[in-house]
Ligand binder design. Sequence first.
Ligand SMILES: [Zn+2]
Length: 183
Amino acid sequence: MNKDLERKIFENFPELFPRLKKTAHYAYGGVYSISVGDGWYAIIHNACSLIKNRLENKSEMEGATLISIEDFYNEIEGMDDIDESDRIKYYIIPEFSEIKEKYGELRLYISDPNNDDYIDGILDMATKISTVTCECCGRPSKRRNDAGWIVNQCKVCFFKEKRRKARRIDMQTTLNYGAVDED
Ligand SMILES: [Zn+2]
């Protein structure tokens, strides 16, 4: 993903990417990288937004204390038992671990100690929407088979990409055999 779009997601939802702040050089993408095309930016941004709403609801409506995974485990260290009431008192902020493409689908992986079905639903919905959205440009699309690779690109992007690849192979051929032809 274009680094500016990636940065927007990290900056708008820092609580979902908490280890970003702790890297020595504060290098965006050093800890997390969003390795999908720009066409899926809106889907990811919306999924993060819905998760953020969930956090706000948990804290405002249900009175739970929001806590990071790291702080939660520091808090319970030394306790003999974690009982369910601790989980209810705290709503642990889930943390993204990986965002990538697989078989032409967007896959969002998250660590969520709450095992919140609502969050699972958001992630499933994001994956479903990605199956009908071009990974390159965001227009309506479907999954296509490109010589054994499943990709999700609209017709325009699919053939543009095919031409780009063909040109690359042409260039490669010229580079490899060019010298032999000149005798
Ligand atoms: Zn497209």
